[in-house]
Ligand binder design. Structure first.
Ligand SMILES: NC(=O)c1ccc[n+]([C@@H]2O[C@H](COP(=O)([O-])OP(=O)(O)OC[C@H]3O[C@@H](n4cnc5c(N)ncnc54)[C@H](OP(=O)(O)O)[C@@H]3O)[C@@H](O)[C@H]2O)c1
Length: 225
């Protein structure tokens, strides 16, 4: 299968939560971690998030550091990677950071459940929209399409539903985690990998390739899948 090298990056609490039960996009990363994440973004050709993250966190998905954007330009790249969203039903607002923060090429993968009005609106805002005919976006087809449009390195920035499905389907090569010295609890708070879950026999096997104890009290972990 011809797909991008794909890595998930996540900031989570000691109990594996990536947000509180309020789902408002809580800050979990430390200052140092934010800098590391920005460096990862600058190395990617595309950054993908799930539809709920797009709506609930309103992320910019751009490289924050001017120096890093400049170094991309020097390498013959666009200042920001392609911003990619995946949503069964897309409902992207005119004032969203997805549409307004850039410059960046924009791509949405969705299904026929998205209204024609929204599809027209997105295309009028120069978003490249791929509409899949299945009940949910076909993630295998999606990553092949991303490769075809020039994404060799794909960074996944959550949330838990998208992370899980991509890992379950074997479409992820590595995962980096900033484990913050925090505990959110909450049965309904999102975790690093949600979805339906796996049995013990089907559990994904990870290989730990780096672990660092940071002065801010966090732990940095890097696994290969
Ligand atoms: N701390 C961090 O690093 C971090 C990073 C990102 C997000 N977050 C948090 O994560 C939370 C959101 O996560 P979430 O799990 O609710 O949602 P999500 O992963 O952001 O969004 C998943 C979306 O993708 C859609 N989708 C379409 N086809 C799919 C497929 N084949 N497989 C999987 N999803 C598919 C889902 O639609 P349907 O399910 O409706 O079909 C849903 O709209 C927010 O609270 C956000 O703040 C934290």
């Amino acid at each position: 299968m011809n797909r991008p090298y794909t890595f998930i990056n996540v900031a989570m609490t000691a109990d594996g939560k990536i947000d509180t039960f309020e789902r408002k996009g809580s800050l979990i990363s430390s200052k140092r971690d934010k800098e590391r994440v920005d460096e990862l973004r600058a190395l990617a050709d595309g950054i993908i998030v799930g539809g709920k993250t797009l709506l609930e966190e309103n992320p910019k998905l751009t490289v924050k550091s001017e120096a890093l954007r400049e170094s991309r330009i020097q390498r013959g790249l666009s200042p920001n990677p392609i911003k990619v969203g995946v949503a069964t039903v897309a409902d992207i607002k005119a004032d969203s950071n997805f549409l307004n923060t850039g410059p960046a090429k924009l791509v949405i993968f969705t299904t026929e459940q998205t209204s024609n009005e929204q599809l027209k609106f997105l295309r009028a805002r120069d978003v490249q929209v791929f509409v899949h005919s299945e009940a949910r976006v076909n993630l295998k087809l999606m990553v092949e399409t991303l490769k075809e449009i020039g994404v060799d390195h794909l960074m996944v920035e959550g949330g838990g539903t998208l992370n899980f499905e991509l890992m379950r389907l074997g479409l992820v090569d590595e995962i980096t985690i900033y484990l913050a010295p925090l505990m959110f609890g909450g049965l309904n708070a999102p975790t690093v990998a949600d979805g339906l879950g796996l049995t013990r026999e089907a559990a994904l096997q990870l290989q730990l390739i780096d672990v660092q104890k940071w002065e801010d009290g966090g732990v940095f972990l890097r696994y290969k899948l």
